[in-house]
Design a protein around this ligand. Structure first.
Ligand code: ADP
Length: 305
């Protein structure tokens, strides 16, 4: 598989503070790569190094198979990024903003191209409105439009949904999925919210104090971390017999009053449920208790500023 980003032993020190500590990561073509960690974990510092805004203390970064150090301009030309809240001229229209910002960065500012990206981010109908009339979510999407003007292969987004309401979050989320699936873009996305990453990312790493804690495909990580599931049925004695006679006794842990506690993968839950119903049990409730989220909270405990 083609590596789009390859980071090896990346370290950044600010005086005595080690913000990023010997970080390794690989992002493959077509990934929506989730870069997850609590506040202060070193996400922005890493992203700023990926964009050559600051230089690493040590370690190497290769993007599109080339050393960022040696091929900086060429590489950056093929990256679109939103790192901080995008800044626009509020009294100019969205269209004029893109035209101006595009001219400054030397990209294609033809009407066709500007309208194309505005359509992509769902702002075509509002191209002629002043940015001051835009909602926060719309401004965020306009930021994305700006990052897409030069049709980059790699898009880097630092906490793109921060400060958005649920509707705005969904719009950005759908847009990221669209850019990945329909446009074949590789997306590197940071967040301090596991749910965000769980929903849209294909692969992810969790970092804490500048170091990798877990890395893998989101699906595998979710499955690897079995859920504690409580199941309540009416007929406790019959249930105990069922447990003793089936393979589910391996996943069964204990009874808490009338509620049975299991350790199950996400896939096993509906299978067990179906079996119970088929055996004539009344399943009153099935509640998954622990998830990757608990794990995320545990490893980052007391470190969320
Ligand atoms: P995140 O993006 O995960 O919230 P950051 O990369 O912003 O984390 O910060 C990582 C650590 O580095 C924090 O402790 C932060 O205070 C520190 N840091 C970031 N930038 C600087 C800087 N320019 N000077 C000194 N310390 C910094």
């Amino acid at each position: 598989m083609e590596k789009v980003i390859e980071v090896n032993g990346l370290t950044k020190k600010f005086k005595n503070l080690v913000a990023v500590n010997n970080l390794n990561l690989n992002v493959y073509k077509g990934d929506v790569f989730g870069f997850l960690g609590p506040n202060g974990a070193g996400k922005s510092t890493t992203i700023r190094m990926l964009l050559s805004l600051i230089s690493p203390t040590s370690g190497s970064i290769r993007i599109f198979g080339k050393s960022l150090n040696k091929h900086r301009i060429e590489i950056l030309r093929n990256i679109g990024a939103i790192v901080e809240k995008p800044d626009f001229y509020l009294y100019m229209t969205a269209y004029k903003n893109l035209e101006l910002l595009g001219k400054i960065s030397g990209t294609d500012t033809s009407k066709a191209n500007i309208m194309k990206v505005l359509e992509l981010v769902g702002l075509k109908d509002r191209y002629n409105s002043k940015v001051k009339t835009y909602s926060h979510g719309m401004k965020q999407r306009l930021g994305l439009a700006q990052a897409l003007l030069h049709d980059p292969d790699l898009i880097i987004l630092d906490e793109p949904t921060t400060g958005l309401d649920p509707h705005g979050i969904k719009e950005i989320r759908d847009l990221i999925i669209y850019l990945s699936r329909e446009k074949g873009k590789t997306i590197f996305l940071s967040s301090h919210i596991l749910k965000e990453i769980e929903i849209i990312a294909t692969r992810m790493i969790i970092i804490d104090k500048g170091t990798t804690k877990i890395e893998g495909s989101v699906e595998d990580l979710l499955n690897d971390h079995k859920l504690t599931v409580t199941i309540e049925v009416n007929e406790t004695e019959k249930f105990k017999t069922f447990l003793n006679e089936t393979q589910w006794k391996i996943s069964f842990k204990e009874f808490e009053k009338n509620v049975a506690v299991f350790l199950l993968t996400k896939e096993e839950i509906p299978v067990l449920n179906k079996e119970l119903v088929e055996k004539g049990f009344n399943v009153n409730s099935i509640v998954p208790k622990k998830s990757l989220e608990d794990y995320f909270l545990k490893i980052t405990k007391g470190n969320t500023e």
